[in-house]
Design a protein around this ligand. Sequence first.
Ligand code: R5P
Length: 290
Amino acid sequence: MRVILPMPDNETMARALARRLDAELGVLDWRRFPDQEAYVRIASDVRDKHVHIVCTLANPDAKILTLIFAAAAARECGAQSVHLVAPYLAYMRQDRRFEPGEAVSATHFARLLSQHFDSLITVDPHLHRIGDLKDVFSIPTRVGAAAPLLGDWIGRNVDAPLIIGPDQESEQWAAEVARRAGAPHVVASKHRTGDEHVRVEMPDLATWSSRRPVLVDDIISSGRTMIEASHLLAARAMARPYCLAIHAVFAAGAFDTLARLTERVVTTDTIAHASNAISVSDTLARLIEA
Ligand code: R5P
């Protein structure tokens, strides 16, 4: 028997998964004590059941302890196994030591989660210098791919698209999205000089001037990558771009700026956001069932 247990603010995804899997939707009582420490109580019977805790990990520092307490409490209540369904997996971008003394947070975060869960399911983790999640996690991991969903959305909603990956790392998504949407694709190059500073160089787009640019990336965080790419497209007199991303991290102000520069900003629901138009719930449900 499976229990799908939502952490706070993950109820919509958990409900969709429970419905799709015909599983029980669990209840977690949660609040903050006056001193801001977390109170957690598993309010459902999880004895001898497989518990899948649903917790997207945007803004991870605010939720990680509560998540660990929930996993521990589920075990203490007799759960047969405890799994993490994290539609967005945080801390994957600091995947090496760029400066002496830096913590390689991808490794440490993976190690921490591996201590508390029996397995991890996620969608398109940001794997760049780490080739595979199993290189950093010691528990089984299963990964869903959102690129086909993005490609299908574009195929249904955008006429004559040109898929543009804003940097070399996005080639992996851009190529698959383009194949799925039946469209050509190009990839720009990006140089990041700080958390909020990037320089993007766009290839020659003259051949594609009549097409609708569709920028695709895995994450929009500060938004600078997409914002710079949108400015360059405007400078080349291309049509206003669609801007698609898998994970709607969106630092303060990023969405509003991007919305002003683009035809539409579209994301998946790995992180709940007003721009969500594509659901990964079926992808996650299939991975839970596998
Ligand atoms: C690059 O490493 C990622 O694929 C994204 O391009 C990046 O995370 C976007 O970040 P930002 O929105 O802060 O430019």
